[in-house]
Design a protein around this ligand. Sequence first.
Ligand code: SF4
Length: 710
Amino acid sequence: MAVEACEVRTTCPYCGVGCGVVASVAADGSVTVRGDSEHPANLGRLCSKGSALAETLALDDRLLHPSIDGQRVDWDTALDAVAAGLRSTIEQFGPESVALYVSGQLLTEDYYVANKLMKGCIGTANIDTNSRVCMSSSVAGHKRAFGSDTVPGRYEDLEEADLLVLVGSNLAWCHPVLYQRVLAARKRRGGLPRLVVIDPRRTASCDQADTHLALAPGSDSALFNGLLNHLHRHDRIDLDFLDAHTEGYLAALKSAREVAPSIPEVARRCGLDEQQVAEFYAEFTRTEKVVTVYSQGVNQSSFGTDKVNAIINCHLASGRIGKPGCGPFSVTGQPNAMGGREVGGLANQLAAHMDFAPSDVERVQRFWGSPVIATRPGLKAVDLFRAVGEGRVRAIWIMGTNPVVSLPDADAVRAALKNCPLVVVSDAVADTDTLRCAHIRLPAATWGEKDGTVTNSERCISRQRAFLDLPGEARPDWWIISEVARRLGFAELFPYASPAEIFREHAALSGFENTAWSDGSGSRRDFDISALVGLAGAAYDALAPFHWPRPAIGSGAERFFAAGGFFTGDRRARLLAIGARAPAHAPDEDFPLVLNTGRVRDHWHTLTRTAKSARLSAHIPEPYAEIHPRDAARLGIREDALVRVFSRWGEVIVRAKPSREQQPGSVFVPMHWGAPYATRGRVDAVVNPVTDPFSGQPESKHTPVRVLPW
Ligand code: SF4
């Protein structure tokens, strides 16, 4: 087929760094990629995954046609069946009996129409996303502290800091380009920022670190409670900032003193040397410019929200927020987790950074012209699939994600889907564990074929642009959702002919009745891109990356909270009293080791794209269990032998890798593998399904397990 050679600026579809990519299509159809030197996130850099994107475009494993119960059908038949199934389920069992489970891989425009269909037309908030598993504890922590889900800083702050603290974040593997930026800054600045890694594992991020605190799993909030106490004792509290802009300091300090009264007590709780703790506290205390970056090691916990707030407490109390080189900084796992949050694609959000306050519900309903609207939060991911298993949810539509591999207690998720009367799956690939449970399969467009926007971890909104034709009968998610909505009788509310039209409506909602505070200090909602409401087709196509709050294309250097201005009713931030908590399930005689799960450098999620690159697969070709050599010897486990890792919830069979990078008593197994690559390597079958009470995020970093030779 003749192809028009072209060069297209787009963004990487993997992690939350959100790098700009230039895709070049040659006349013979071949594609090459390079980093976009004009994109503010990466300034031309790409990591191993981004560099290999052109190797992942083959169509041999793609889902290219709709099907019902394994029989190929045309689009009209498939869409009619989806609409009829949803309608009859709603008529018989009510709107709460249907659900959508979506993905941080969706573009913002896809997310927007999915959210509008469920919350604004069907009238249930049973739409949740795999971002729940990634960073929902950060969302909950932000909202408790700031009154809004606001990331205060920018990537530049990591480079400008004098001390960078990584907590539960293997930035080197999981956000590689951001890590490269930090290393380049250290080279330029004579070793600054100094780097402290706080992680039970010795990860690749420790290779360049000045200090690694290998704390006991789950002890992070004790460490940061102790830090708050230490800052107070050494008169390094910013009393002016506290007085002017915050509430709750004394209660937070009281709790910190009870939980972490002294360095010896912190050291005992965290399994660290007293000297290590003292040195970290001293360094944080004497350094003005500190950024604390945290990720899944903090979030994926039954008290992840408390951990987030323990970190934020220290930054608020010492005034280390809103200034260059300062602040708490949540880095998201997925390319568009932030766009999903902006749209309201979590079950406990309504839309455009509005929740379920009656005034917000009324406002959004008026904006959408909704016949009916959700008035309360829906089911969060783990509870959602539990409801499927219990028959309370009887029709589920899963888009661009693979929960039979990626949710905890994954065997129960599979059993729930197998018994669910209607399972619809939209995906780009033909075979995943989740697709094997689907009645209706819908072929979705993927990276290179889709058009829309994404938001990265630093609030930068970028265009993701198509440079390939849609293969087979694949269609964009926004189109599929809109077609189903029309068949459900909502044609007037889904008139979209392009993602640009959806973006304009999204921008308009973000600013709809976003009134000023009574003192005139800005507007009541942080997320407001309504300046772009008039963005016409060509301008949307050409939209350059920009950082919200207010788009000033090409600049957008704003930080939040430099002079307070939080989004609580009184504009004051909240410090939270963080008590002593432990992971939900402690190891015991039957299950004496603690399982930790996570990513590897060159794979992404459940391998649907990265496994297509031989280069990426060569890095780590199969699932494994990293275990301390002493534990391995005690259990009679040899290097590269197959082992069973099992818990009260399930088991995997993987290859043993004795390694001193694990603490004694801990086991690490990566999260990526499932069908068709390693069907017995689904580690989430082993993971306990307990969740954080505020965020609903599962405790993927702490499951008691036993490991035995296979
Ligand atoms: Fe893609 Fe993340 Fe790598 Fe950037 S750092 S190229 S966004 S995977």
